[in-house]
Design a binder for this molecule. Sequence first.
Ligand code: ADP
Ligand code: MG
Length: 239
Amino acid sequence: MHPVIFENITHRYDGINVIKNFNLKIEEYLITVIIGKSGSGKSTLLQMINGLVKPSEGNMYVFGKKLDYARILDVRLNIGYSVQGTSLFPHMTAYENIALPGKIAGKSKDEIEKRIEQLMDMVELPKEFKTKYPYQLSGGEQQRVGICRAILLNPGIFLLDEAFGALDPDVKNEIHEKILKLQQIGPRTIIVVTHDMREAIRLGDRIVMLERGELQQYGTKGDILNNPANEFVKRFVSL
Ligand code: ADP
Ligand code: MG
C-alpha cells in the first residue's frame, strides 16, 4: 500500500502555477525527503497530504483513500505535522505540551504517560525535563519536545517541514539520529521537507527532487548521486 499518492497534481496561487502535473507514490515505512530550493513548492506539496492545501487539479490519496475534505479532521488525527519553530505552549510544561494531543483524543492518563516515557527516552530528554517550561529549554530540546508532541499518537504518517532549519549543525545531526531511532518504534512512514542536501542524504531512503513545482527526479540516494536525471539535479547535488 502507498500511504500517499499524488495523481496529476497541479496547483495555482493567484493564477500562477506553483506545482505542475506532479505524480508520486510514497513508499510505506520509509523516510522520503522532498528537496528543492526555496519557493520550489515543497511546503505546498506537504500541505496537500494533510489537506491544508487543496490542489487546483488532480487527486490526492492518503491511507489508500481519496482525500475527503469534508472529513479532513479525521485524517489529520493520523498525521503528525512539525514545522520550523513549532511553537510549544509557553504556559505549559514539556510534559503537558507533549500530552496535549492525547488528552484531546481522549486517551487514558496511563497510556499517555507510557508513550511519553518511551518517546522522551528515545529522543534522550531526561525525565527532569518533564516539569520544565519551554523558556527553560534550548532550541534543540524544544524541537525534540515538539517532535514528541507531533507523534504522541503514533500517526500513520509524520510530516516534517524544515523542522530543523534553525538549529546548529551539531544539534541537527543529533536530531537526525533521533529521527532514525524513532522510526523504529513508529511513526514509520516519514516525509521530510528540506533544502539541505546533507539532511536529504542522511535521512532519505527515497529522495524527491523538486524545481519550480516540477519533479526532477525520484529515487534512492544512490540514484540521485550517481545517476542524476538532468543538469539541474547534477548541479544541485554538487553544491
Ligand atoms: P517551498 O516550501 O519550496 O519554499 P512553497 O510551497 O512554500 O515553496 O511555495 C511555492 C510558491 O508558491 C512560492 O513562489 C510561494 O511564494 C508561493 N506561495 C506559497 N504559499 C502561497 C500562498 N498562500 N499564497 C500565494 N502564494 C503562495
Ligand atoms: Mg517551505
